[in-house]
Structure formats: C-alpha cells, structure tokens
Write a protein that binds this ligand. Structure first.
Ligand code: HEM
Length: 201
C-alpha cells in the first residue's frame, strides 16, 4: 500500500502545482495552432474536414477526462478537482470551434444548415449536446456557483453525463461502418458513469 500511496500523493502534489491558467493557455494555444495549420496547408488536402475532426475529437476526449475526475478521486484517491472546471470549459471551447467550423466553413448556406439540423440525426444530437453545454459553461464561475448553491449547481452539472453520451452517439452515428474507436470511447463513458453509482468497497 505504501508505494501506491506515495505515487498518489506525488500525482496530487504535481496537479496542485499546475495552475488552471496553464490548462486554458494550452487548450487555447492548441485551438489557435490547429486553425493556423489549416490555413497554411498543415492539415492535408481537406483542411476543413480535418479541423472539424480534430476539434470534435479534442472536445470528446476532454468530456471523458472531465467525467473521470470524480471516480479517480473516490476510487483511487487521485485528486484532479482543481482542473475540473478548466477541463470542462476547454471541452466547451473545442466543441464550439467544431460547431463554428461546420457552420461557417463547411455548410455555410442557411438553407443547408437548417436541412442538416433536421434531416441528419447525428447533427441534431450534436446540436442537442452543444445546447446542453451552454448552461454548464455559463455556470462554471465562482459567481454562478454561489448564486446556485452547491446542491442546485451539482444537479445542473449532472447534465455532463447526457452531453458525453449524446456526443459519443453523434460520433458513432456519423461514421460509415462500425469502428472500434467510438466503441472504446462509449465504453469508457459507460464505465465512468457506472462507477458513480456502483457501491464502493
Ligand atoms: C458534445 C458535442 C459534440 C461532440 C463531442 C462532437 C464530436 C465529434 C466527433 C468526435 C466527430 C468525428 C470526427 C471525425 O472522425 O471526423 C464529429 C463529427 C462531426 N460533427 Fe460533431 N461533435 C459535437 C457536436 C457537434 C455539433 C453541434 C455539430 C454541428 C451542428 C457537429 C457537426 C459534426 C459534423 C458535420 C461531423 C462529421 C464530419 C464528417 O463528415 O467527417 N458536431 N463530431
């Protein structure tokens, strides 16, 4: 037990030493760099599709990372709570970029946007997930936390579960043919949600 506790303690200490602003700078920097790479030919022959892909994947990974914070703490004692807000806001940032690339660079015409939103179920689901993320992003600040109080704030933020499930379903549905990757992400989301409800030893 000793060495394991030592590793946990070291990880927790290291996490506390990385300030929130560094995570914001990292996410913002990566987002801007991707856009720049797209503009300057660094994202291959289909830069818009590639941008959409990279922003979407970054958003999904961060949603899963955000869901992992609580179970990691309750099951293993690893405490990354100090990063949770930044992880959630970074996920929102990438999904918003993903949406804006689709809206402004991919489909562009209003008629095609409306048609996609109604006729393509995976776009409808993705849009649903983004809309659910809005109150979460807007309430991820100290003022909103105080106004809502801990109970209501926690209830509201349970929407993250629905966002992650919708986001993963959206990813699965837009693929042509079955692939392992989205199933792995879906499995990880189910496991992380189940760990919240399964009793602890
Ligand atoms: C939580 C919300 C969302 C998540 C996690 C998410 C994530 C993803 C992921 C991982 C992909 C696969 C990328 C690829 O392999 O190319 C994808 C594709 C796509 N997403 Fe989203 N997305 C979300 C919301 C949205 C929204 C709001 C829209 C637009 C209304 C959208 C439009 C698209 C489109 C058009 C594609 C397919 C691109 C193609 O045809 O290759 N997504 N998304």
């Amino acid at each position: 037990m000793g060495p394991a506790l030592n590793i946990v303690g070291r990880c927790n200490g290291a996490a506390r030493r990385v300030p929130e602003w560094m995570l914001y700078a990292g996410a913002g920097g990566y987002g801007v760099w991707l856009f720049y790479a797209g503009l300057t030919g660094g994202l291959g022959v289909e830069p818009i599709k590639e941008l959409e892909h990279r922003y979407g994947m970054a958003g999904l990974w961060l949603l899963i990372a955000g869901l992992a914070v609580s179970p990691l703490r309750s099951r293993l004692g690893l405490n990354f709570l100090c990063w949770r807000r930044a992880i959630g806001l970074a996920a929102f940032f990438f999904i918003l970029c993903h949406f804006l690339v689709w809206l402004l660079l991919d489909v562009q015409q209003p008629a095609a946007i409306a048609k996609d939103l109604i006729k393509r179920p995976y776009i409808t689901l993705g849009m649903g997930a983004l809309i659910l993320m809005l109150p979460l992003a807007l309430s991820s600040n100290n003022w909103a936390m105080r106004k809502l109080g801990p109970l209501r704030w926690r209830r509201l933020h349970q929407l993250t579960y629905a966002v992650a499930l919708l986001g993963c379903l959206h990813y699965l549905m837009q693929l042509r043919g079955l692939r392992l990757e989205p199933l792995v992400y879906g499995g990880a989301i189910f496991l992380l949600l189940a760990l919240r409800f399964l009793p602890r030893r």
